[in-house]
Design a protein around this ligand. Structure first.
Ligand code: MG
Length: 387
């Protein structure tokens, strides 16, 4: 039987690559559902090509356009984020790929987990904001969560067939575009400097997160939940070549690594085809051409977001959720030229400091914390803007 796939966030970087992966293996994958926030043009194009059962355009003002364009097709058209929550529970869907940006991924993911679907997790913010809740729901329903994030896919691959728990996880980081810049230089970096990532082509949110290294902080929290590890047993190491995607250390001192040329199609495909591997035309590694691998410790003074993330997960409860919300708003504000690059971490830290602690947040607490943190962040951003 073919695997029925729902792609949430199909018009983004991960979504478009996931469609390519599925179309290359039509005997294995059948795309059942595509959802997009507002890129109606690309969603229509994808739907005509892929012929899914249904599409969702979350932005209601774009519904008419999508519905008209697909009126001659056997494709149901829906709008509103609530429809995503019910459609992911459809019988023909086996795997839900969560590739939307930010906190918006949480509720559809929970809904898919409640229906026992396998989750191909590309939305790290889901676990950052509500890791405890999501992991316990997945245990209850028996939903497997397979990581799509390249570092977590690497760790997941390193753990295949292992019976011992990992002693340490080593998350590799490219270091982003500002690895060699000084703290002073960072004051004046532009949006285009920030979006110019040396090794990976990704969406703008994660590319800015890579530049501040908040991405690695979010990934550390994601790894804690996915692999049931203590934050202090998760290390971050800069590896500028981006060939080793992460490593696992065991109690006998053995370290396993997963390597490949940086290409997101690999972790996307592995999450969808797991436990099988399928052919993929990635660029093969030529070790003698690469010549060397470098490793260094990240500079936490230059990239304070790393410490903000470790502090947040050590405090636990709803604090990582507040951190995530503030960071999302700060990144958006930076991309609108409302604040400087170096204000991103300041906004985030200030919101975290002002958050009312909830030790064991329920979903309603998580949603409240997210909303409050966004209001706080917007106020801080407005003050910075006025200066
Ligand atoms: Mg990653």
């Amino acid at each position: 039987m073919r695997r029925g796939i729902a792609i949430l966030g199909s018009t983004g970087s991960i979504g478009t690559q996931a469609i390519e992966v599925c179309l290359r293996h039509p005997d294995i994958f059948s795309i059942e559902l595509l959802t997009a926030k507002q890129n109606s043009k690309l969603l229509i194009e994808q739907a005509l090509k892929v012929q899914p059962n249904a599409v969702v355009i979350a932005d209601e003002s774009k519904y008419q356009e999508v519905n008209d364009a697909l009126s001659g097709e056997d494709i149901k058209v829906f709008t509103g984020i609530e429809s995503v929550n019910s459609l992911v529970q459809g019988e023909s869907i086996h795997i839900v790929l969560t590739a939307m940006v930010g906190f918006s991924g949480l509720e559809p993911t929970i809904s898919a987990i409640k229906a026992g679907k396998a989750i191909a997790l590309a939305n790290k913010e889901t676990l950052v904001a509500a890791g405890d809740l999501v992991i316990s729901l997945a245990k209850e329903s028996g939903s497997p969560i397979i990581p799509v994030d390249s570092e977590h896919s690497a760790i997941f691959q390193c753990l295949q067939g292992e019976r011992s728990k990992a002693e340490k996880l080593i998350l590799t980081a490219s270091g982003g575009p500002f690895l060699k810049k000084s703290i002073k230089d960072l004051q004046n970096v532009t949006i285009s400097d920030t979006l110019n990532h040396p090794n990976w082509k990704m969406g703008s949110k994660v590319t800015v997160d890579s530049a501040t290294m908040m991405n690695k902080g979010l990934e550390m929290i994601e790894a804690k939940w996915l692999f049931n590890m203590k934050p202090e047993d998760i290390d971050i190491v800069i590896h500028p070549q981006s060939i080793i995607h992460s490593m696992v250390q065991f109690k006998d001192g053995s370290v396993t690594a997963q390597m490949s040329s940086p290409d997101m199609k690999l972790p996307i495909q592995y999450a969808l085809s797991y436990p099988n591997r399928l052919e993929l035309n990635t660029k093969r590694i030529n070790f003698t051409e690469i010549g060397r691998f470098d490793f260094m410790e990240p500079d936490r003074e230059k990239f304070p977001c790393i410490s903000i993330a470790y502090d947040a997960i050590l405090k636990g409860g709803n604090i990582p959720c507040a951190m995530n919300a503030a960071n999302e708003l700060a990144v958006e504000a930076f991309l609108r030229s409302d604040i400087q690059f170096t204000s991103i971490h300041k906004v985030t830290q200030e919101v975290v400091n002002g958050t009312m602690f909830v030790a064991k947040p329920k979903l309603s607490d998580i949603i409240d914390t997210d909303r409050t943190a966004r209001i706080e962040a917007a106020e801080i951003i407005n003050k910075l803007k006025a200066k």
